[in-house]
Structures are given as structure tokens and as C-alpha cells.
Design a protein around this ligand. Structure first.
Ligand SMILES: Nc1ncnc2c1ncn2[C@@H]1O[C@H](COP(=O)(O)OP(=O)(O)OP(=O)(O)O)[C@@H](O)[C@H]1O
Ligand SMILES: [Mg+2]
Length: 156
């Protein structure tokens, strides 16, 4: 995992919109899956957060937080923001392919469908979301791992 690198590569997507705070574990247990998949997930979530903050149209920068840690045989990755939040009626639709609330050209509704597929079908993990309109959104992903085998994450 090289989440810090992914976040920096994506800087053009958030630098005028938000600050980015990272609390990343330098060492995590091994998981079944490749770094590219995790990077794609992180990129999808960062871009969604940036769009959600942009939608609020505050004068000051928003805040996106990314955290990784390990817990009881799982790697936990969370991305949270203080953007517009997701209306309650939309929460059950956000993982549907093609569900988007964005204007044509801004979103195709694929990001979370792809993310959900990687997390659940490929990695055997789970994704949860907590959101409140006007307050913000937090996605949390847990991926099963082998707690006996640790590896450096390139995030130190
Ligand atoms: N952090 C967030 N804050 C508020 N709404 C969100 C957030 N993440 C996702 N959503 C909502 O879920 C919808 C689906 O997200 P998804 O990433 O699948 O598609 P998209 O961002 O619209 O398009 P794409 O990712 O294909 O460019 C978004 O259009 C938005 O309405
Ligand atoms: Mg998206």
C-alpha cells in the first residue's frame, strides 16, 4: 500500500478545495490483493470527498482525512470529509453502477460500484458509510489479512 503517494498524485483533484490529513500506519499485516486495487479505491474516495466539499461552496478549505490501522485480523482504511453528505434516501443506491448525483461529465456513477466490487468480491472485506447531510461523510473499509505477516506500507 502506498496511500500517501496516491493522495499526492491526486493533489490536483483536492488542493484548491480541501486540506488533507493522513494518519497512516507505517506497518500493516499482509492482505490478499494488490496495491493497485487499494490505490484505485483510495483515489475514488478522495475524488468523491473533494466533489462533496466543493458542493458546499464554503469560502474556506474543507478537510479530508485518511486513516489506516489494523484491528483483529483486519486492515481498516477510512476516508472522511466535511462535505455535503449523502441524503438518507440515496445511501442505499450509492454502490449501484451508474448511480450519480453529479452533472453530466463530472461523474459516471462507477467509482463506488468498482470500489464495492473490489472490497467485497475480490478482497473478502466490507465497506460501510456514515453520512449526514450538511455535516459530512465517512467511508470505512475493512479487509481481512494475515496478522502474523507484517509488511511496510511505504506510508511512513
Ligand atoms: N464523500 C461523499 N460525499 C457525498 N456524496 C457522496 C460521497 N461519495 C459518494 N457520494 C454520492 O454517491 C454517488 C456515487 O458515487 P460514485 O463514486 O459511485 O460515482 P460518481 O462519483 O458520481 O462518479 P464516478 O466516480 O464514476 O466519477 C455520488 O454521485 C454522490 O452522490
Ligand atoms: Mg466517484
Amino acid at each position: 500500500m502506498a496511500i500517501k503517494t496516491t493522495a499526492i498524485v491526486a493533489k490536483n483533484q483536492w488542493k484548491y478545495i480541501s486540506e488533507l490529513e493522513m494518519d497512516l500506519a507505517p506497518v500493516l499485516p499482509k492482505f490478499l490483493g494488490n496495491a493497485g486495487e487499494i490505490n484505485q479505491i483510495v483515489l475514488n474516495l478522495i475524488v468523491n470527498s473533494a466533489h462533496a466539499i466543493e458542493a458546499v461552496k464554503r469560502p474556506e478549505l474543507g478537510m479530508i482525512k485518511i486513516e489506516t490501522r489494523s484491528s483483529d485480523g483486519f486492515i481498516i482504511l477510512s476516508v472522511s470529509d466535511n462535505g455535503c453528505g449523502i441524503p438518507e434516501a440515496d445511501v442505499k443506491k450509492i454502490y449501484d453502477p451508474f448511480f450519480t448525483s453529479k452533472e453530466v461529465g463530472k461523474g459516471t456513477g462507477q467509482g463506488l460500484a468498482i470500489t464495492y466490487n473490489i472490497v467485497t468480491n475480490k478482497l473478502g472485506g466490507a465497506i460501510t458509510v456514515e453520512s449526514e447531510t450538511g455535516i459530512g461523510t465517512k467511508f470505512e473499509i475493512s479487509i481481512p489479512c494475515n496478522p502474523e505477516e507484517m509488511e511496510t506500507t511505504d506510508d511512513s
